[in-house]
Design a protein around this ligand. Structure first.
Ligand code: PEP
Ligand code: MN
Length: 259
């Protein structure tokens, strides 16, 4: 009764020229937590393109815990992200929180990200089920496997099977790390849904030095790609600077994984 559409049969998601899932090459996504300026996102796109990264990320509508923290550049930031993507020939991904910004998203982004906090936002999922655009569905920070599967099923049931899952850790009992990264979820979600799944070790651990080993572990577990926060100058980032990598650090991970 619960599952009808996502039955474990392999689904490949197309994003422009990229094919995500199955036996296709692993996808590397990188970029800042937040788009902060045109210069910041242009510099980032340039370096990431040189490294060989496939997709540029950048938040413009930010789900910040504090209402006094930087909330993102919104429409202006979205246009900067698009410009950077176009300039360096990189598809872009950014988070949608509010349906009122859907038209902007449809116009400018290649992938719509549903963040951890909105995995349970069923009206938003129903709406995105009706659009012709890939959706990256992050795991809710307290979501069980079953709840996550059914959140994806909401999108599929409303007509959109272009879904990429993203494991980003769940809230654990130990605050050594920001979240508890659940890599067993990678093969489990693939088996249960057939959807491609990537891992976000940046939010998944919140600890810079854990990102390289967790990236490798994610790919070894069968993840179809990874998404990592990268910033030209992490110590000056307006959000998540502590967990953001420099270009050089991301390049090192990329090279090691290519091996
Ligand atoms: C993000 O990727 O920008 C983000 C806010 O992550 P999450 O929704 O996983 O907390
Ligand atoms: Mn972040």
């Amino acid at each position: 009764k619960d599952k009808k559409i996502l039955n474990g049969q392999e689904i490949i998601v197309n994003v422009r020229n990229l094919k995500i899932g199955g036996k296709n090459p692993k996808i590397f996504i990188g970029g800042p937590c937040s788009v902060e300026s045109e210069k910041q996102i242009m510099t980032t796109a340039k370096h990431l393109k040189e490294i060989g990264v496939d997709i540029l990320r950048g938040g413009v509508f930010k789900p910040r815990t504090s209402p006094y923290a930087f909330q993102g550049l919104e429409e202006e930031g979205l246009k900067m992200l698009r410009k950077a993507g176009d300039e360096f020939d990189l598809p872009i991904i950014t988070e949608l929180m509010d349906e009122k910004n859907l038209d902007l998203m449809l116009e400018y982004t290649d992938i719509i990200q549903i963040g951890s906090r909105n995995m349970y936002n069923y009206p938003l999922l129903k709406t995105l089920g009706g659009v012709d655009k890939p959706v990256l569905l992050k795991r809710g920070m307290s979501a069980t496997i079953k709840e996550w599967v059914l959140a994806a099923e909401y999108l599929a049931a409303h007509g959109n099977k272009n879904i990429i899952l993203c494991e980003r850790g769940v809230r654990g009992f130990d605050n050594y790390t920001r979240n508890m990264l659940d890599l067993a979820a990678v093969p489990i979600m693939k088996k249960e849904t057939g959807l491609p799944i990537i891992v976000d070790p940046s939010h998944g651990t919140g600890v810079k030095w854990l990102i390289p080993p967790m990236t490798k572990a994610a790919l070894a577990a069968g993840a179809d790609g990874i998404m990592v926060e990268v910033h030209p100058n992490p110590s000056e980032a307006l959000s998540d600077g502590d967990q953001s990598l420099t270009f050089e650090e991301y390049e090192n991970i990329y090279k090691e994984c290519a091996k």
